[in-house]
Ligand binder design. Structure first.
Ligand SMILES: Cc1ncc(COP(=O)(O)O)c(C=O)c1O
Length: 397
């Protein structure tokens, strides 16, 4: 049976590799397993969510509008305007916003929109930070582009070095997926960095898609956003979109609710494409999402809880494994020398599952895999579980 041959080149699903590594091993200890490999929020979602879903329970029978209800899109405009200090009227709910069934599907389908058959007479390029969220590579590959991996290491503050991208690569680039706060390193792109990326997109005629799904989980200062950078440059949102999600902000990964916002031409074309291949969000979910984007109380509580978790991490493992407190997101990115070996030891001797950093990054163009020395830990559990986890990690590593 003929299949799309591009699929065969996708073999970087990190959790498959993790199962292959750890499933044959039975922990030697009787401790309760602690799974720190998956970035799944463990806080209960806010009551506002369940109450609003219940109030709209009679609406499951109706087909929802693909772009989102007017109320949801307006709530998103208001939130973006407040959060990023955008000029009043800069965003229009009909033109600049499209709701998504979680950002994963939206990020994936987006490459089908903006990757042409050829760019500058050659196979197009999609720029992907390295380490990366696997969907960026999947989207690039299935759209027929060459994914070009930009290493984001300690040497460049864990953000790709924009000045180092060769001109020939930029000329072939159709799309750049940037992630800030970055999964897994927690680094935040500064406003200047975002402006530089936007200027490159405009100069070389490609689309900048900034994945800001961790934007509300931060330690000290709220991360800058790409729409904010556009507003400061003052030339509209040309060639720029941002992706946001309620999965982390509202601990609602199961709600499957996010949005894309930005360049009105792109949103218009995306709307056309999504009427063929997009996923509508049920009306009760859209109502819940509207309520959640209008509320900051639960978000502040959520953020405070993550800060306490990082306090625990800092007080127990600072000074070891290259520990640093990330500016955003909820992962620890620890330099343990050999991530795979550490993951095996932690599972075998402490019943803790972590992700070897090399599984979420790759060796590209002869350079070593920038994640292979690291492990990624999702700091999502309750405080007692985290205390226990760090005590075990110190015992074993
Ligand atoms: C960097 C990044 N982007 C996007 C997503 C997708 O989130 P969702 O589809 O739940 O909105 C995730 C989920 O883990 C992620 O880590």
């Amino acid at each position: 049976m003929p299949l799309n041959p591009q699929l065969d080149t996708l073999s970087d699903y990190p959790f498959e590799a993790l199962r292959t590594l750890l499933n044959p091993i039975t922990p030697r200890v009787n401790d309760t397993p602690i799974l720190m490999s998956v970035g799944e929020p463990q806080h209960q979602p806010p009551v506002l969510l369940t109450e609003t879903l219940a109030k709209h329970a009679s609406e499951w029978n109706r087909y929802p509008p693909m772009a989102g209800t007017p109320e949801l899109r307006q709530a998103i405009v208001d939130w973006l305007t407040r959060r990023y200090n955008l000029p009043a009227g800069a965003l229009n709910a009909d033109a600049n916003i499209m709701t998504l069934a979680g950002t994963k599907e939206g990020l994936y389908l987006f490459s089908s929109l903006v990757v042409p058959r050829e760019k500058a007479g050659q196979r197009p390029v999609v720029l992907v930070p390295n380490p990366y969220y696997l969907v960026y590579n999947g989207a690039a590959t299935m759209a027929g582009a060459d994914a070009v991996f930009l290493d984001a290491t300690r040497d460049n503050d864990f953000m790709p070095d924009l000045a180092a991208i060769p001109r020939e690569t930029l000329e072939r680039t159709a799309l750049f997926y940037l992630c800030s706060p970055a999964n897994p390193q927690g680094a935040i792109a500064t406003l200047d960095y975002l402006k530089q990326a936007i200027r490159l997109a405009r100069e070389y005629d490609f689309v900048l898609a900034v994945d800001e799904c961790y934007a509300e989980i931060y330690d000290k200062a709220p991360p800058a956003g790409a729409l904010q950078a556009c507003a400061e440059i003052g030339e509209g949102f040309d060639r720029v979109v941002v992706f946001h999600s309620l999965s982390k902000r509202s601990s609602a990964a199961g709600l499957r609710s996010g949005f894309v916002a930005g360049d009105r031409k792109l949103i218009g074309h995306y709307s056309h494409l999504r009427s063929y291949g997009g996923c509508q969000v049920p009306l009760p979910i859209q109502a819940a999402a509207t309520a959640l984007w209008c509320d900051e109380v639960h978000v502040e509580e959520n953020r405070a809880r993550y800060r306490r978790k990082f306090d625990i991490a800092e007080s127990t493992i600072a000074g070891r494994y290259g520990f640093y407190r990330p500016d955003g997101g909820f992962f620890l990115w620890l330099d343990v020398g050999n991530g795979e070996e550490a993951a095996v030891r932690l599972w075998r001797d402490a019943a803790i599952r972590v992700l070897p950093g090399g599984y979420t990054a790759r060796a590209a163009e002869g350079r070593p895999n920038p994640g292979s020395k690291y492990i990624r830990l999702a700091i999502v559990h309750d405080e007692a579980t985290l205390e226990e986890a760090f005590a075990r990690i110190r015992r074993v590593l």
